[in-house]
Each structure stands twice: as structure tokens, then as C-alpha cells.
Design a protein around this ligand. Structure first.
Ligand code: NAD
Ligand code: LMR
Length: 328
């Protein structure tokens, strides 16, 4: 990652004309993705019918006169968009509608991520970092990663930071504490309704969070509220989350690049915690020197084990489905 004041970092955003793209690009250009002293060059990848809208967004970016924004490229060609890219945010994909699960999007969206993975493989910078936001994010990240054999697998990640932030917010409201007092929150598994937001390792004021709430709230309110928040937002707004998703993408990449002691991210499993090797599953992670590392050594009790296993089973089913569709 170039971080000197003179070398701009190339950031590619796919689906740049979409609603998350619109919430994301201005924050990247203002320095919130990488740091307030890191110049950026934006590449906006869109499909041809949305190029004009991307051009409009680029005009607005120009009009902000961001000191850190050193250039904007707009293209419908992944080989151009990912050429020399340091950070790729794969957002472009169809969002689900009310009544759908995210996995229902596999057939519609899966086909986007193979060619993009190949273009990353062939053209991206050696230090490429990829965050997949487009749903179903974990399995789309797996598809992209499988098409990029020359890129270290750990450069492909999927976003569960929005779930992590939702869990912080729900717990903060329940215990009436600032989110900053909550440590060691973890989302395990898939970015789907099977995800497991874990309060048995989270701490508030240095004490285990699960011991500070009643177990009925934990099981019947906290877990389903976090896991089904995406659907609740679609129901309420008539469109899927956008600003909070963009915010989570900023948090994910900022921490990946700048370091953190503990957060949640879907990363390629090395077999830790019984998650089959190669699946892109959410874990507790720390980041240092631009690398995520799965936090090891946590005790997993029977309650947590059952929930992690259920979400991982779903990831295995999605992997089987994309194999059957010929996408990996
Ligand atoms: P949107 O429909 O507003 O925008 C999607 C954009 O992607 C459109 O502009 C479309 O033209 C573009 N696109 C489609 N195919 C493309 C391709 N092959 N290459 C480049 N661009 C392409 O959708 P949105 O609300 O911005 O959501 C985008 C995705 O993010 C959806 O799949 C949504 O479900 C997902 N999402 C994920 C999370 C998460 O936490 N992981 C959170 C919110 C939304
Ligand atoms: C979310 O969690 O808000 C997104 O993944 C959108 C969705 O389909 O739930």
C-alpha cells in the first residue's frame, strides 16, 4: 500500500452508480477509507447503462474539490478498472427485495464475481486488498478468490462489519453504555440470517457481555434482531441498507490497513474453529501490517458451537450451489 503523501492509492469501486456507491465514494475521497494523509485515485466500474450516472457522481466528486482526490476513472471494463488497483470494493450486484434471502441472489449475482476475480488476478497491484460487499457476500468473495490463483487467498474478504456494528448498537442500547465500552464483539459465519453474533466473548466494562443480559433477550431478541436487520431495513425503507453498508465498508478497510486489536471480518478459513479450510467465513480477527489474522484460542461452548456450525453449513451449501452452477 502506497502511503506517502505523493503516491496515490488506486481504489476501485464496482457498482459505483448504485446506492452504496453513492454513500461510499465521497467518504473515500475525503480520506476516511485509508487515512487523512493518503491521496487516492478512484476507479468507478459500472455496466454500460449506468455509466452516465457514474459520470454524474464523478462531476459531484470534482465539485467537492477534495484535497486527497488525485483522479477519477470511469469504465465498464474490469481489466481497466482493476489495472494497478490497491484496494477493490466489489459492491456492484443486485440487492434482494422484500421476502428474499440473500442466498437467493447467488444465481443472479454469482456470475459477476468470476470475471472480476480474473481481472484482479491479471491486472491488480501486488498489494491488492479486496472487500466483497455485493450479496451473497461470502460466497461471491469465494468465487472471486477462486478466479485469482496468483493472488494470495487472504487478500479476499467479505463484509460482516455491518453485522458487527449492528450488534454493538443493539447491545449498547440494551445496557445503556456507549459503544466504545464494548470490546471483543464477534460475528461468526455467513452474512445471512444464520450468522451468529456472539456475546460470550464480548466484554462490557471488562466483564462478559452474555452475563450482563438475560439469556432470553440474548436468544430471542439480540441474535434475531442483528441477523434479520437487513430485512427489517428493506421492509422499512423499501430499499436495502446503503449508508450503513458504506460506513461498514469504510470501517473494514480502514482497520485492515491501519490495524485493530479485534473486529469481525469474513476471511478465508485456515480450518480454525472447525470451519472447513477455504470457506470465506466471519471470524474474530485482528489486523496488523495490512494483514488480518484470526484470533485464536477462544473457548466455544455448546450454545455457540451449534450456531457457528449452522451458519458454516449454509456456507458449504452455497459453495456446493456455485460449483453446480459452474461458477467455481
Ligand atoms: P444498487 O442496485 O443500488 O447498485 C448496484 C449497482 O451495481 C448498480 O449501479 C448496477 O448498475 C451495478 N452493477 C451491476 N452489475 C455490475 C457489474 N457486473 N459490474 C459493475 N457494476 C455492476 O445496489 P446497492 O444497494 O448499492 O447494493 C449493492 C450490493 O450490496 C447488493 O448485492 C446488496 O445486497 C449488497 N449489500 C451488502 C451488504 C453487506 O453487509 N455485505 C450490505 C448492504 C448491501
Ligand atoms: C444488509 O445486511 O443490510 C444487506 O446485506 C442487505 C440485505 O439484503 O440484507
Amino acid at each position: 500500500m502506497a502511503s506517502s503523501a505523493t503516491a496515490p492509492v488506486k481504489v476501485t469501486v464496482t457498482g459505483a452508480a448504485g446506492q452504496i456507491g453513492y454513500a461510499l465514494l465521497f467518504r473515500i475521497a475525503s480520506g476516511q477509507l485509508l487515512g487523512a494523509d493518503v491521496p487516492v485515485k478512484l476507479s468507478l466500474l459500472e455496466i454500460p447503462p449506468a455509466i452516465k450516472a457514474a459520470e454524474g457522481t464523478a462531476m459531484e466528486l470534482d465539485d467537492c474539490a477534495f484535497p486527497l482526490l488525485s483522479g477519477i476513472e470511469i469504465t465498464d471494463d474490469p481489466n481497466v478498472a482493476f489495472n494497478g488497483t490497491n484496494v477493490a470494493l466489489l459492491v456492484g450486484a443486485m440487492p434482494r427485495k422484500a421476502g428474499m434471502e440473500r442466498g437467493d441472489l447467488l444465481g443472479a449475482n454469482g456470475g459477476i464475481f468470476g470475471p472480476q476475480g480474473k481481472a484482479i488476478n491479471d491486472h491488480a497491484a501486488d498489494d491488492i486488498k479486496v472487500l466483497v460487499v455485493g450479496n451473497p457476500a461470502n460466497t461471491n468473495a469465494l468465487i472471486a478468490q477462486q478466479h485469482a490463483p496468483d493472488v494470495p487467498a487472504d487478500r479476499f474478504t467479505a463484509m460482516t462489519r455491518l453485522d458487527h456494528n449492528r450488534a454493538l448498537s443493539q447491545l449498547s442500547a440494551k445496557l445503556q453504555v456507549p459503544v466504545t465500552e464494548i470490546k471483543k464483539m464477534t460475528i461468526w459465519g455467513n452474512h445471512s440470517a444464520t450468522q451468529y453474533p456472539d456475546l460470550f466473548h464480548a466484554e462490557v466494562g471488562g466483564k462478559v457481555a452474555a452475563e450482563q443480559v438475560d439469556s432470553e433477550w440474548l436468544k430471542e431478541t439480540f441474535i434475531p434482531t442483528v441477523a434479520k436487520r437487513g430485512a427489517a431495513i428493506i421492509e422499512a425503507r423499501g430499499a436495502s441498507s446503503a449508508a450503513s453498508a458504506a460506513n461498514a465498508a469504510i470501517d473494514h478497510v480502514y482497520d485492515w490497513v491501519n490495524g485493530t486489536d479485534w473486529t469481525s471480518a469474513a476471511v478465508v478459513s485456515d480450518g480454525s474453529y472447525g470451519v472447513p479450510e477455504g470457506l470465506i467465513s466471519s471470524f474474530p480477527v485482528r489486523a496488523a501490517n495490512g494483514t488480518f489474522e484470526i484470533i485464536q484460542g477462544l473457548e466455544i461452548d455448546a450454545f455457540s458451537r451449534e450456531r457457528i456450525d449452522a451458519s458454516v453449513r449454509e456456507l458449504e451449501e452455497e459453495r456446493t450451489a456455485v460449483r453446480e452452477l459452474g461458477l467455481i
